[in-house]
Design a binder for this molecule. Structure first.
Ligand SMILES: Nc1ncnc2c1ncn2[C@@H]1O[C@H](COP(=O)(O)OP(=O)(O)OP(=O)(O)O)[C@@H](O)[C@H]1O
Length: 256
């Protein structure tokens, strides 16, 4: 793993470890994520996905190892790239009493967006928020909150977007709508996306690569078609169950 590779990948992790007292949340992982790719981060509850994303964002300090985003070491140089990345999770709330417009304005200013009104107007049109801009965020439904959270995540037109279960708790129609908006964004922006999800259909639809985690380690890493072929399965849910239950890939069992 060279320093050169860490500067060319959109996201690069080397020997990444996070220990919380007795808990080894992430046990030493390495990966490079190519610019413009959409990568799924899969794993059961407690596998280490959120901790990995938090370390990439620079929100959690690794116990060991390094993460670089767009060539900047997140331990020492994150100020160089934070304005080029963003994050969405339904588990991170926005101030309840502020309206959608006020919340988005705060984030736009934090990110130094040049024309705040135009940017919010564009996102409101794209994400169907026009009727919500004057509503307090605390009074929105889960689906409405997700649309606002996505607007917040796209406010700075990020090159690197980290998504932690972006469609959790949404009905299938709303979740599908959100995925379409994410696909539109990827196509338009050529953004790099890392997506932690428990929804295998979502991962099959959006991702060109899947990193599978278990017990804080990467246990598999490939394109969806190659994973399906290797495990001899017809969908990623079956592959996920094989990994979660410790069943190896069909090829590996056969000694391939
Ligand atoms: N702040 C913390 N303090 C102590 N332990 C933590 C903390 N955050 C996470 N952990 C532990 O680290 C491990 C990995 O958690 P993490 O949230 O990264 O998993 P995850 O793959 O995102 O799980 P899920 O799918 O349930 O969201 C778990 O055992 C969890 O209990």
């Amino acid at each position: 793993m060279t320093t050169a590779a860490m500067t060319t990948a959109a996201i690069a992790a080397r020997g990444l470890v996070k220990r919380y007292r007795a808990t080894l949340a992430v046990g030493g992982i390495d990966f490079d994520i190519a610019a413009g790719s959409v990568t799924g981060l899969l794993g059961g509850n407690g596998a280490g996905k959120t901790t990995t994303i938090a370390m990439i964002m620079g929100l959690v300090r690794p116990t060991e190892g390094r993460v670089a985003v767009l060539g900047a070491d997140m331990a020492h140089e994150r100020h160089r790239v934070l304005h080029r990345m963003n994050f969405e999770s339904p588990y991170v709330d926005m101030p309840h009493r502020l309206t959608v417009q006020q919340n988005l304005s705060v984030f736009a200013r934090l990110y130094g967006v040049a024309d705040v009104a135009a940017r919010i107007g564009r996102l409101a049109a794209d994400l169907d928020l026009d009727g919500l801009l004057d509503r307090p965020c605390g009074k929105l439904s889960a689906g409405q909150k997700t649309r606002v959270a996505l607007a917040k995540a796209l406010i700075n037109d990020p090159e690197v977007l980290l998504l932690d279960e972006p469609t959790a708790s949404l009905d299938p129609d709303t979740a599908d709508w959100i995925r379409s908006r994410l696909q539109d964004y990827c196509r338009r922006r050529g953004a790099t996306i890392l997506l932690a999800s428990h929804n295998m259909g979502e991962v099959e639809r959006l991702c060109d690569r899947v990193i599978m985690m278990k017990g804080g380690l990467i246990v598999d890493d490939d394109t969806p078609p190659r994973l399906l072929a290797r495990y001899g399965r017809s969908n990623l849910e079956e592959v996920f169950l094989d990994v979660a239950r410790g069943r190896g890939a069909a090829g590996a069992e056969a000694g391939a």
